[in-house]
Design a protein around this ligand. Structure first.
Ligand code: HEC
Length: 262
């Protein structure tokens, strides 16, 4: 009797949510591979001063121009380890690919991430969530948003940084950003109003789809700067794998990831 009751309770919910955000046919939408990596403590202050690419970024060149070569993002553990003050925190797998697809359907932007989180990352302190996946959408008032993505919100005085302020989270010097985060645990996903998220698992692969109503800084014809963050193996705070800055071309606008209107 018990299984039947459970089924009766969960089934209408599942059907209702599937109908509410009927997904595009993802098999017809091209995927862009984006590498996410453990970046250690490399705040925007470091990126825009000591870092070898600083002056080039200031002159208007995007991070991916230097860091995303034909061979892919080759961040060796050794190179990044020098930017990781917590020696124990350096994961064995320093980077992995996330397949990204996007589409605009019925006034909604859908962004789908598919990835296999590395199993060897050091276990973190998030007891409630094994895995978290997020995208950050930045508006065009954030200085250098289209070049540097999430880095524009990452500062040396934030919590988790060496000598950082425990009360300080991410912030940008002007403009604003939205963080759309899915969590694998029972707690609610961290989502702004008008955003839904669905997830699925196929073997080791996890798929997370964010659906955000168009509006504000995310409208057709805009190149929306964005980045990805994956917290694997119960990671918390800055112990995530992140992407460089990319642009979402909404409704045909320029962008490494295209979100075409269906
Ligand atoms: C002009 C080319 C160039 C641009 C543009 C550039 N970088 Fe770099 N970046 C470098 C070089 C060269 C290194 C040093 C690589 C090494 O240590 O061997 C580096 C190092 C790094 C590192 C430390 C890891 C490492 O390999 O040492 C990070 C993280 C990083 N860059 C992020 C960024 C971000 C974020 C941006 C955009 C805001 C950016 N870079 C733009 C050239 C560039």
């Amino acid at each position: 009797m018990k299984p039947t009751i459970r089924l009766a309770i969960s089934l209408p919910l599942a059907v209702a949510s599937a109908a509410a955000f009927a997904a595009p046919d993802w098999s017809k939408i091209p995927a862009r591979n984006i590498t996410v990596f453990h970046a250690g403590a490399t705040p925007f202050e470091w990126i825009s001063s000591e870092h070898p690419g600083a002056s080039v970024v200031k002159a208007g060149q995007a991070c991916i121009v230097c860091h995303e070569t034909k061979k892919g993002l080759d961040y060796t553990a050794k190179r990044l380890a020098k930017h990781e003050p917590d020696a124990q925190a350096m994961p064995k797998t320093v980077s992995f690919p996330v397949s990204v697809q996007a589409a605009v359907d019925k006034g909604t932007l859908n962004v789908r991430l598919s990835f296999t989180p590395p199993a060897d990352a050091r276990a973190g302190s998030d007891a409630a969530n094994e895995l978290k996946a997020a995208i950050m959408l930045l508006d065009d008032k954030v200085p250098q948003a289209a070049l540097a993505g999430c880095w524009t919100s990452c500062h040396k005085d934030m919590r988790g940084m060496p000598g950082g302020d425990a009360k300080k989270g991410k912030y940008v010097s002007a403009g604003s950003f939205e963080l759309l985060q899915w969590k694998s645990g029972k707690t609610q996903a961290a989502l702004p109003a008008g955003v839904k998220v669905e997830s699925g698992k196929d073997g080791d692969k996890t798929t997370v789809t964010f659906s955000r109503k168009l509006g504000g800084s995310v409208v057709e014809g805009r190149s929306v700067p964005f980045g990805i963050a994956i917290h694997a193996n119960r990671a918390a705070g800055r112990m995530h794998y992140i992407s460089l800055g990319y642009r979402l071309g909404v409704g045909g606008a320029a962008g490494e990831v295209q979100a075409k209107k269906l």
